[in-house]
Design a protein around this ligand. Sequence first.
Ligand code: GTP
Ligand code: MG
Length: 246
Amino acid sequence: MTSWNHVNIVLRLADIVIEVLDAREIAASRQKALEEKVRRLGKKLLYVIAKCDLVPKEAVEQAAHQLQPSVFISSTEKWGTTILKKKILELSKGEKVIIGVVGYPNVGKSSLINALAGRHAARVSPESGFTKGMQRIRVSPKILLLDTPGVFPREERAKEGLESSRYVKLGAVDYGKLRDPETAALQLLSEEKERIQKHYQLREEEPEEILEALAKKFKKVRKGGFPDSETAARLLLKEWQAGKIR
Ligand SMILES: Nc1nc2c(ncn2[C@@H]2O[C@H](COP(=O)(O)OP(=O)(O)OP(=O)(O)O)[C@@H](O)[C@H]2O)c(=O)[nH]1
Ligand SMILES: [Mg+2]
């Protein structure tokens, strides 16, 4: 079965669908077609903005205000889980409820389920596309969660290609799996130059120069003293995806 097969089954079984969004890239992590499908099926949609520990609180609060209903959480810091449970019971009017958890790969679906369950019930990994099938996790006598594999909107994926900077930034395609890390890193450098310059205290201006400077900083140099920009590109993307460059 494909990941979409699993997601479609979960959409049918669920009463409420949680779309997990990455606090760093809230708009880019929404899937409008998936949201539309949820509405067509007559299911309730709840936005959960995850990884809130990685961004300033005010930024998330403002975004959350515009997305309703929404809750923001950090699974690693265990913030927001009580509010989320309360919100779920409010939407289900206190009845027994099945919740489907969907979204792009790596946005934090399985981590969110564990934070709600208060145990390591769903397996988590920094590797994107880690969850393969559907998994049921009981959180309380009234709440049953269904974990799903991360998915990409089909048309968008065909159009943008899997290595688009949006997917790279989201971590939906992780650094280890990129065929062309240099192009991805150069794109990231051109879009997020200031943040990266500041983080690594670099003064170079052109993306290519920054990447070479990073290779030296990471001590990744080939024979003859040439900077190994491919390895530097992967390291930069790794740190970005791990949320280390804020
Ligand atoms: N800082 C931070 N990292 C998080 C949070 N939630 C998840 N992560 C990290 O994000 C990565 C992906 O988490 P998962 O829960 O496996 O994500 P997923 O959406 O289930 O991913 P797939 O199963 O691959 O679709 C892991 O490295 C987690 O540790 C969070 O609230 N804060
Ligand atoms: Mg998962």
